[in-house]
Design a protein around this ligand. Structure first.
Ligand SMILES: [Zn+2]
Length: 369
C-alpha cells in the first residue's frame, strides 16, 4: 500500500514539474490526493502524520483532527484546516466525493491553491487557480434589481432554524453552461463552495449558523464577471430567478467562465443577495458572500467593525483572502497575533448579527432536517 502511494507521488511530482514547462493554464494529469484523505484520522497516537495523508500538492501540510464529514444525498462533503509540522494552521482542504467514486477537492496552501477533479478510476486533474487579487474593487452597495423574493412577506417572517438550532441560509448556485462544464460536476462544486464558507464560519467561531446548498440552476449563456451594464452582476438575479423561487434561496452565488475584463475574481452587492464569480477562482465565493453579509475589505480608518483584517502575518477572507478565517478579535493566528479587532475588524460578529435576517429573506422550501 505504501509503495503504491510512493509511486503515485513520483508521477505527481513529474506532472507538477510540467507546469513550469509550458502548461500554465490547462489541467495537469496525475495523482494529487488520496481520495480517502479526509475520511480517516490523519495523526496517530505519537502525533506522527501518516505518510498517506499528505501529498506533494499539500506542501508538507496535513489535515487537522477536526475534520468535518457530512452526507448530502449521494455525496460525502468533508473539510479540514491544513496544519504544518508545528501544528499551525496554514491552509484548508475541502473534498466532495460522490458514491460512484468521482471526487472534487479545493486545495489552499500558502504556496498555491486550486482544484482537483478525479473520475473515480484513478485519473486526477489539477487546475491551478490563477493568482487573484482580492483587494481589487469588487463590491457595490445594494442596488440589485428589486425582486418579489427580496420583499419580506410580512413582519412575522423568521429565520429558518434546523432541529439543532442552526440558522440556515439557503443558497442557489447558478452556472453558465461553460462554467458548469469547467468544474466537471456542478453539484459537487457547489457543495464544495458552500463547505468553504462553512469551514470559514467554524474556524471563526460563528456558532449555530450554516450555509446550505438548496439547489443549482444552469443557464446556457455566459457573461463577463463585472459590474457594468452587460456584466453578470446586474443580470444574475433575473437570470436565476426561477431557481431562486423553486428552491427558496436566500442568496445567489453564480459562476461564469468569461473573462471579467478586470482583475476581480468575483463581484457582489454589499448587503445584497447576489454574488458572481469566475469559476476558476475556487476561493472567490467565501470572500464575495462576506460582502453580501455587509462587509468591506480592510479598514482604512472607519469607525466600524464590518471589515476584514491583515495583522501583518495573516490576511482574513475580506482583507486579502489568504486564510480560511473571517476577521475576529477572539482568535490568534500562528504568530500569536489577533485575527481581528473589536472596534475595526470583526466580521464574525457581523455574521452572527446578520445571519437571521439573511435566512429570513426566503422561506425554506427544502426540508430543514
Ligand atoms: Zn471584495
Amino acid at each position: 500500500m505504501y509503495k503504491k502511494f510512493q509511486a503515485a507521488w513520483i508521477m505527481c511530482l513529474t506532472s507538477m514539474g510540467a507546469s513550469a514547462h509550458g502548461f500554465p493554464n490547462g489541467p495537469l494529469e496525475g495523482h494529487f490526493i488520496a481520495p480517502e484523505l479526509l475520511s480517516k484520522p490523519t495523526i496517530n497516537a505519537s502525533h506522527v502524520v501518516s505518510p498517506q495523508f499528505t501529498s506533494p500538492i499539500l506542501h508538507g501540510l496535513h489535515p487537522d483532527r477536526n475534520t468535518s464529514i457530512e452526507r448530502h444525498n449521494d455525496y460525502t462533503v468533508s473539510s479540514a484546516t491544513l496544519r504544518d509540522e508545528a501544528n499551525r494552521p496554514q491552509g484548508s482542504l475541502v473534498m466532495v466525493r460522490h458514491d460512484d467514486g468521482h471526487l472534487l477537492a479545493l486545495v489552499e496552501t500558502p504556496q498555491q491553491s486550486g482544484m482537483i477533479l478525479a473520475d473515480g478510476i484513478g485519473t486526477q486533474q489539477w487546475f491551478d487557480a490563477s493568482p487573484a487579487d482580492y483587494m481589487q474593487p469588487d463590491a457595490e452597495p445594494m442596488t440589485e434589481p428589486a425582486s418579489p423574493m427580496l420583499v419580506r412577506e410580512s413582519a412575522t417572517d423568521e429565520a429558518d432554524v434546523d432541529s439543532e438550532g442552526f440558522i440556515v441560509i439557503d443558497l442557489l448556485a447558478g452556472f453558465s453552461r461553460s462554467a458548469a462544464d469547467r468544474v466537471g460536476d456542478p453539484q459537487a462544486f457547489a457543495l464544495a463552495q458552500v463547505e468553504s464558507v462553512n469551514l470559514g464560519l467554524r474556524n471563526s467561531q460563528v456558532e449555530k449558523v450554516r450555509l446550505r446548498l438548496a439547489g443549482i440552476q444552469i443557464i446556457e449563456e455566459d457573461y463577463p464577471v463585472h459590474n457594468g451594464a452587460n456584466g453578470a452582476l446586474k443580470k444574475a438575479l433575473a437570470l436565476f430567478d426561477a431557481g431562486m423561487k423553486q428552491y427558496g434561496a436566500d442568496l445567489l452565488a453564480s459562476y461564469f467562465n468569461a473573462s471579467s475584463g478586470n482583475n476581480a475574481a468575483g463581484w457582489a452587492y454589499i448587503g445584497g443577495r447576489v454574488s458572481v464569480q469566475q469559476a476558476k477562482y475556487a476561493n472567490a465565493f467565501r470572500h464575495e458572500i462576506a460582502h453580501n453579509v455587509g462587509g468591506s475589505h480592510c479598514n482604512t480608518g472607519q469607525a466600524h467593525y464590518k471589515f476584514g483584517y491583515n495583522n501583518g502575518n495573516s490576511k482574513t477572507i475580506l482583507c486579502g483572502n489568504s486564510t480560511s478565517f473571517y476577521s475576529t478579535p477572539l482568535l490568534l493566528d500562528d504568530a500569536g497575533l489577533p485575527r481581528g479587532n473589536p472596534a475595526t475588524a470583526d466580521m464574525a460578529r457581523l455574521w452572527r448579527e446578520r445571519a437571521a435576517k439573511i435566512s429570513s429573506l426566503a422561506k425554506a422550501v427544502v426540508p430543514l432536517d
